[in-house]
Each structure stands twice: as C-alpha cells, then as structure tokens.
Design a protein around this ligand. Sequence first.
Ligand code: TRP
Length: 475
Amino acid sequence: MATVQKPNTSKGTRSGFSSRLGFIAAAAGSAVGLGNIWRFPAETGANGGAAFLVIYLLCTVLIGFPIMVGEITLGRRAQSDPFGAYSKVGKGGWGIVGLLGVLCGIMILSFYNVVAGWAFGYFLQISFGDLLAQPDFGAYFGQFAAGWYENHIFWYALAFMAITAFVVLKGIKDGIETIAKVLMPALFLLLVGLIIYALTLDGAGDGLAYYLLPDFSKVTPKTFYTAMGQAFFSLSLGMGALITYGSYISKKENIISSAAIVTIADISVAFLAGLLIFPLVFSQGQAPSGGPGLVFVALPGIFQSMGPILGRIVGGGFFLLLCVAALTSTISLLEVPASHLIDERKVPRKFAVIGLSVVIFILGIPSMLSAGGSEFFTQMLVYENGSDKSFLDLINDVFSDTFLPLGGLILSLFLAYRWNLADMAKEIEQGNEGYIGSALNKYLDISIRFICPIILGGITLVTILEKFLSIQIFG
Ligand code: TRP
C-alpha cells in the first residue's frame, strides 16, 4: 500500500510520500503480509508454541524496533537506495552491504511469490471451485501444491508477479494505496470475527493453551534464531527496504512514532493470526507443526462449517484479502532491487522492473517444485534422522533467517561505529523535537551500540555453526 512516488528523473529532486499517513501505510503494508498470516503460525507451530511467541515478541521490540528506526533514518539522511546510502554515508566499500540487500530482495521475492500464488489459487478454488467440498484439507493441500503445473500454480504465481510489476512500474501511488487503506482494516476485522467464531469450537482451549502458555523447557538455540529471523522477515528489516522507503519521506516526518505504529500493526496481525490458527488446528485434530502448509490446511475447515454459500464468500474473501496484503509486501521487495538499478545503474524504470520480474519469476520455479512437484527440489537435503529440507526451506534458511539478521548486525555496527549516533539523533530530531537527550534516545543508542551487535552477532554465529556446519553448540 504505497505512496512511494518514483524519484523524479530530473536529477536532484527526489519526490516523496504524499502525506505522513502515506508513509505509514506503505511501511505497514510492507510489513504486514504472508509473513504474519502464513509464516508466523507455521514457525510458531514448528517451534513449540507459546515460548516461541514470547521470544519473537522480545526480538521484535528489543532488536527489531531500533533497527527499523535506524534503517528509516539512514535512508532519509542519505536520500538514496541501500547501496547509495551505505556508500554515501560510509564511503569506501560499504556499498557492498547494499548489494547484499538487493540480493536478499530478489531471493526472498522468488519464493514469496510462489506462496502468494498458492493464496491466489485458494481464493479461486474456494470462491469458484469445489475446494470446500473436499473431505480432507491436508490431502488437498498436498496434492494442490505438488501439482505445480496441473493445478496452475505456475500461472497463479506468474499473474501475481505481473501484478506486482505493474504496480511498481506505474509508481505505486493512487490505486493501490486507496485499495489497501480500505482492505487492510477489512482483513483485520475479518480476522477478529473469525477468531471469535473459532474460539467457540470444541478443542479450541487446547489450541489457546498451546499458543499462550509458554513451556520454556522446549527452548533451544534454534528457537532464538528462528524467532529473530521471523521478527526481521515480518518487519521487512535487514535488507534495506525501509532504507529505500525512508529515502522518500520528508524531514517533517516523526520517524519514531511512525516506526512504532508500523511495529504495533505488524505484531497485532501476527498475534491475531496465531489466535485464529491454533484453536482451529487443535479443534480439527491436526498437528501444529504442520510446516509451510499449516494455514492452508487449518483454515478451510472453518469456512466449510459456514455452509456452501457463506463459506465461499467469507473464505474467498479471506484469501483475496491475504493476496492484497501479500501484494503490498511484494511491492516493497521488488522496489529495493528496482530502485537500485534505477538510481545507481541508470537503467530506465521500465527495463529494470520488467527485467527483474522475469528473473525473479524464473528463480522461483525451483521453489514452486519444492512441495512435491519434483523429488529433487522437495528433498534437497536429507538428514540422518530422516527429516529433510526442500529448496524453498533452504532459501528461507539462508536469506530470511540468516541474511536478514546479518543485515541488521551490519547496520547496527555501521550506525554506531562508521556513521555516528549523535548525527543519527540529529536526523531523528527533525520531525521529533526534544528527541535528543531523551530517555528513548539513550535507550536506542545503547541498543544500537551494544545490544544489537552482541545479540545479532551471537545469533548469526550460532546460526552458521548449527545450521550450516551442523555443529551442536549447546548440547
Ligand atoms: N514483511 C513482509 C511479510 O511479512 C515480507 C517482506 C516485505 C519483507 N518486504 C520485505 C521481508 C523486506 C524482508 C525484507 O510478509
């Protein structure tokens, strides 16, 4: 949902968001997406429930929020894309960090678009097909996702990529912004309504207990790095998306309160999604550790129970709104590599957007084949204990769970030791008088100077050792 206008082609004037609400809407639109409704419940379910929720919330508030303020502030100061921002403010070879962000944007979008394609397919199959008449939604999802070509996922994903490209190409203003401003609150209300309904079902209480009563004995190092990855993914941090958006805002904007609103919106939607999914999962006797299919397996049951007509309307409506939420996120993922090519490499906007979309779509094909379509991509890695990882899982591990927190680590080191926290505070002071010297200023300084580097550094190290080198550190 964006009001980002394309930077003026005549050099020097970088036009911005039309209003304060415009920036918040765009940044919240980037944050709220499949990460909240699809990825968050799946990660929570795979990592033991409530304890994961608590750690995820701590990661978001203690680390995510300061990093978000840092990205927006750096973007507004530098007035350019992540590559330009790092090279301008940092001098020397810092631009390479921005390139890492460009790479992350491309790779994350490649699989994100496939999952958006599933959501689009579910919208069509619920509204106009016979999805709700199926006897077993687990089996249905399995064969749906495996039939990447027979079940048209190829075309759904292609359509989604094309719509994203179209919106970014047109400069993202008018249409989508208005649509999203109406539809995102609608998604929120629909979630609340469905939760109330779900809580009345038999077995819902077990789901609530699983989601809300932490059992910290289940916590392992993996819980921490997965929660941190989820926090970064959900807030759209660590690859410069908010550096890019920050570069479009005016000096009158209050960065702190904008970042706070975006963070709260993002947490709220994720929390509500969990509050819906876990009662459903337990009342339907499914396993919470259902993996990437969790939402697609748990949700249809509630729509089915509404009867054929209402079910089609509410269920179709839900997945359509989910697609809109995904669209405002894919826009921001595409905007980073696109603005890099446009600002730094002087590629005309049209070629940049279309070229990138084609490349990203093709890079997404192995992810499309990761849900049973091809044995090779479905079981890229098979471990001794019999568990396996698909291509999509691997891309997710490397780019979402490792590179995004790594991007946050580098950003915090950059802000504290290469740029300068006093300068950063001066930038924030514009639009937020009285910030300098305030308690929040002191907290953010400490967080960026010490807490973020130590925690993110530790997490990155553990991720690399455990995940990629299979060295078990904590027993
Ligand atoms: N935050 C989005 C979601 O939760 C996904 C996303 C959009 C993203 N832009 C990003 C993730 C930039 C990381 C970086 O669905």
